[in-house]
Design a protein around this ligand. Structure first.
Ligand SMILES: Cc1cc2nc3c(=O)[nH]c(=O)nc-3n(C[C@H](O)[C@H](O)[C@H](O)COP(=O)(O)OP(=O)(O)OC[C@H]3O[C@@H](n4cnc5c(N)ncnc54)[C@H](O)[C@@H]3O)c2cc1C
Length: 430
């Protein structure tokens, strides 16, 4: 059996506060569908929902539980745009196409907000996001970004603050300035994923859990997708497996590197203390490549994320290691206990641009969100559904991006990334 199959949710604060305990059956026997979506993270459930709304019969197969992997464990930071800078797109596209990509970066936020409203998803969606500058040089970069957004793309909603202005977002001496974005924000990612899954079910999607796909076979007129106890026959397949894709499509797996990142939830701080710590209740990321990301939870816990690990092993004393990072920003929390600590894998591409495409005319994939999937996965689902429905122009724009393999195959991908990350870490320190 695959190592990641038939697993319960990780013991996170999200799992402890999940508001839907629906379990889906294991696939047994043979069923027919128009589209078989593999992987029930945000990419898979978004794709399945969009397709069902367009009238397709959809089967969604998940190796463990809906939202089991990154989608149910992440920092919950909902940030417009993409993980790579907009200039990365400019290497492969003309200015008018780059502007389309920019517009889609904003659309990612509308997609999440309209799904939450339409399906009444209870996921504590909160607007407001702050990028905290770590150094004076980052301040200049953030101001330049604000100006470029306004002048090149006509988006003038970023607001730069420094000095006491920073304390409205983070009560810390650590950051000389930062950029506030009122349209981005944060949410409870597991409840968001479960809410989308409920909407997909209501739209007619057949969801199966503990049903890892072990084999894909092309047959005349379609595909047969095999699990331990069943089969789906479908005209189209969508691979939404992220870092767990493994042997199903090695040519895709080589384009992404799984990097471990971690989150803790403190004990509840109480309303007053939390309001003093982060008065605007906005989500915060710092400006480093290997970054800290944190936000207030509705029950007044601080959710603190960061660290990276390139092996598949969790750092030792995870809760304590994360707590000591947290105290560098918030020394005033020295008396605060950590109640939950967990981690997961982000799917990083070499250039950090998302990797969307087709393996054949009827096999689609979306991966490589590079730590920016809470928003971008909804766009992936929208675009794949458009493309399967015959409107592929927006999806194919992403196909213009060239993605390189991580060198050396699975065994050597990790050392190559360690070297690359060591370089970026050094740059963070300079
Ligand atoms: C700790 C952490 C913090 C993060 N923080 C943020 C953040 O704050 N903001 C942000 O935007 N992004 C963040 N990310 C990234 C974001 O979570 C991901 O980009 C996003 O969830 C990817 O969604 P997905 O559906 O593509 O993949 P996943 O959620 O990983 O789902 C893939 C699913 O496919 C299933 N699967 C794989 N193989 C098979 C198979 N053979 N058969 C059946 N099922 C299979 C897996 O079991 C899994 O459930 C973070 C990620 C982590 C791990």
């Amino acid at each position: 059996m695959l190592k990641f199959a038939n697993q319960p949710h990780a013991p996170s604060w999200y799992a402890a506060t999940a508001n839907d305990a629906t379990r889906h059956p294991v696939l047994q026997g043979t069923i027919d569908a128009d589209v078989c979506v593999i992987g029930a993270g945000l990419t898979g459930v978004s794709t399945a929902l969009n397709l069902a709304e367009r009238g397709y019969r959809v089967a969604l197969l998940e190796a463990s539980k809906v939202g089991w992997a990154a989608s149910g464990r992440n920092g919950g930071q909902l940030i417009g745009g993409f993980a790579c800078g907009i200039d990365t797109f400019g290497q492969f596209m003309n200015e008018s196409e780059v502007k389309q990509i920019w517009a889609m970066g904003l659309e990612t936020l509308d997609i999440v907000k309209s799904r939450v409203a339409k399906h009444r998803i209870d996921c504590a969606l909160t607007e407001g996001y702050f990028t905290a500058a770590n150094k004076a040089r980052d301040v200049d970069d953030l101001k330049q970004w604000r100006d470029e957004a306004a002048q090149r793309f006509g988006y003038d909603r970023f607001r730069y603050v420094d000095g006491d202005g920073v304390r409205q977002y983070v009560q810390s001496e650590r950051y000389p300035g930062g950029l506030y974005d009122p349209d981005s924000g944060h949410l409870h990612p597991l409840n968001y994923t479960l809410g989308l899954a409920r909407a997909a079910r209501e739209a007619g999607v057949q969801i199966f859990e503990d049903s890892a796909v072990t084999n894909l076979r092309d047959e005349p007129g379609g595909h047969t997708i095999e699990t331990a106890q069943g089969k789906v026959r479908a005209k189209f397949v969508v691979l939404a497996c992220n870092t767990h894709l493994g042997t199903l499509a090695p040519e895709l797996a080589r384009k992404i590197m799984p990097v471990g990142t971690y989150v803790i939830a403190t004990e509840p701080l109480g309303k007053e203390r939390m309001a003093a710590l982060m008065p605007a209740q906005a989500a915060v990321c710092d400006s480093r490549f290997v970054l800290d990301y944190f936000r207030p939870a509705p029950d007044t816990r601080l959710l603190w994320g960061g660290k990276v690990s390139y092996s598949t092993f969790e750092p030792r004393n995870l809760g304590e290691a994360m707590r000591s990072d947290m105290l560098k920003t918030f020394p005033q929390l020295a008396d605060v206990k950590v109640d939950y600590a967990w981690g997961g894998f982000v799917d990083i591409t070499m250039n950090r641009a998302p990797h969307f495409g087709r393996l054949s005319p009827t096999v689609y994939f979306a991966q490589g969100f590079s730590g920016h999937g809470v928003n971008t996965t909804g766009l992936a689902g929208t675009l794949i559904a458009e493309a399967i429905h015959g409107q592929a122009a927006r999806f194919d724009l992403f196909g213009k991006i060239r993605h390189r393999d991580f060198p050396g195959g699975a065994a050597l991908r990790t050392p190559a990334l360690v070297l690359a990350m060591a370089w970026y870490r050094m740059k963070d320190l300079l």
